[in-house]
Design a protein around this ligand. Structure first.
Ligand SMILES: [Zn+2]
Length: 346
C-alpha cells in the first residue's frame, strides 16, 4: 500500500482551502454553522466496485428495517451539482425524499458548500489518508477536518433516517477510506459490511463499458480498467479495509458468490450484525420483488424494479483470456487465497 512517507500525518500544504472565510462549510443567511446531527445508525457497504454491493443494498432495502441511500459519497456532486437521477426516476432536485432530507439536514441543499467538501475529501477521505484516519486518536488538526467532513454525512444520515422512518440507513459508497472518517463521529453508530468477489470476476467486469442512465442529456459510461490496474486497485482497496479493526468498527465480510448462491443466509448474517429481526425479502427460489428506492448514485442496477431472479454472474470463466486470468491470479494471490478463492478459480 502506498503511503506518503513521513509527511502523511500532516495537513497537505500544497492543497489550499478553497474558501477559508466560509469555515465551517455550511452557511445560512451569512452565518456560518457546523452541521450537527442526532444519533443515526448506518450500515456502510464497502468493497471494490462490481463486488455485489448494489445487489446487497437492493435486497436489504426491501426489508422493513433498512433504508437504501445509494452511494452518498457521490451525492454532493452528482446530486446537488449535476442533478443526476435518483433511483426513483426523478432528478435529484425534484425527488421529494431528498428534498426533505436536504431541508432537515442543512436547511436546503443550496446551503452546502460542495467545493469545501471536495477539498475536505482530499484531506481525509483518500486511500493515502487512511494512515492518519485509522489512528484511534488522530492529531487535533486532522480530527477537526474529519469532524467537519463526516459531520455532513452524520447530518444527512440522521435526516434520511427520519424521513424514511427506518432505524438503519444504508450507504453503499464502497470507498474504503470513508468509514475511517465516519468511525470518528460519535453521532454515527457504524456497522460495515465488506463485500468481496473473486478478483478475476471483478477484473473482467471492469473491462466492459457500462452506461450511466442517471446522467441527464448525455451518453455517459462508467470507466474501464485494465487487468494490472484492476488487480492493484482490488488488493489495495481490500487490504485497506482490514485496518478498520484498529478503530473497533463491527464489520462482516460477505462474498458475492455466497450472496448470489444463498441470499437468505447472507441477509441473516447482516441482520445479526445490526441486531435487527431478519426479514426475508428473498424467496427460497432466490427471487426478490424490487421496488423503486431513493438511491442518490451508484450502479445502473439501482434502477431495476419488479420480480428479479438472483443469479451468479460467472461470465469471466468463459470469456476471460487465459493470460489475463493468470496475471490477476498471480498479483492478487495472498488476499485471493485468504478470501477462499482457489488459484484455479474454484
Ligand atoms: Zn428519489
Amino acid at each position: 500500500m502506498k503511503t506518503a512517507g513521513n509527511t502523511v500525518n500532516e495537513i497537505d500544504p500544497t492543497l489550499a482551502a478553497p474558501d477559508l472565510v466560509r469555515w465551517p462549510i455550511a452557511s445560512r443567511g451569512g452565518r456560518s454553522v457546523t452541521p450537527t446531527a442526532p444519533q443515526s445508525q448506518v450500515l456502510f457497504l464497502a468493497g471494490m466496485g462490481r463486488s455485489g454491493t448494489t445487489l446487497l443494498e437492493r435486497v436489504l432495502g426491501e426489508t422493513t428495517t433498512m433504508a437504501p441511500l445509494g452511494e452518498v459519497l457521490h451525492l454532493w456532486v452528482r446530486g446537488i451539482v449535476d442533478d443526476n437521477l435518483c433511483g426513483c426516476g426523478q432528478p435529484f432536485s425534484a425527488c421529494p425524499f431528498w428534498t426533505d432530507v436536504g431541508e432537515r439536514a442543512f436547511g436546503g441543499w443550496s446551503q452546502v458548500d460542495v467545493e469545501r467538501l471536495r477539498w475536505l475529501r482530499g484531506q481525509v477521505d483518500r486511500s493515502i489518508r487512511v494512515v492518519r484516519t485509522a489512528r484511534r486518536h488522530p492529531s487535533r488538526a486532522v480530527l477537526r477536518l474529519i469532524e467537519e467532513y463526516a459531520g455532513h454525512y452524520a447530518a444527512l444520515y440522521a435526516a434520511a433516517g427520519d424521513v424514511s422512518g427506518r432505524p438503519w440507513v444504508i450507504d453503499s459508497s464502497k470507498q474504503a477510506s470513508l468509514p475511517f472518517c465516519l468511525a470518528h463521529v460519535p453521532q454515527i453508530r457504524l456497522r460495515v459490511v465488506h463485500c468481496v468477489r473473486d478478483p478475476r470476476a471483478v477484473a473482467h467486469a471492469w473491462t466492459k463499458s457500462v452506461p450511466r442512465p442517471e446522467v441527464q442529456g448525455g451518453e455517459a459510461t462508467m470507466p474501464t480498467y485494465g487487468s494490472w490496474e484492476l488487480a492493484a486497485m482490488w488488493t489495495v482497496h481490500n487490504a485497506e479495509l482490514t485496518m478498520l479493526q484498529h478503530l473497533g468498527v463491527p464489520r462482516l465480510r460477505v462474498r458475492y458468490e455466497d450472496l448470489a448462491d444463498d441470499p437468505i443466509t447472507q441477509i441473516g448474517r447482516v441482520a445479526d450484525l445490526l441486531g435487527v429481526r431478519p426479514d426475508k425479502p428473498v424467496s427460497a427460489d432466490r427471487t426478490v420483488q424490487l421496488t423503486a428506492s431513493h438511491t442518490c448514485a451508484g450502479n445502473p442496477g439501482r434502477f431495476q424494479t419488479g420480480l428479479t431472479q438472483i443469479t451468479r454472474d460467472d461470465a469471466w470463466r468463459r470469456e476471460m483470456p487465459r493470460a489475463k486470468r493468470a496475471l490477476v491470479t498471480a498479483f492478487t494471490a495472498p488476499l485471493l487465497m485468504a478470501y477462499g478463492y482457489g488459484r484455479d478459480g474454484r
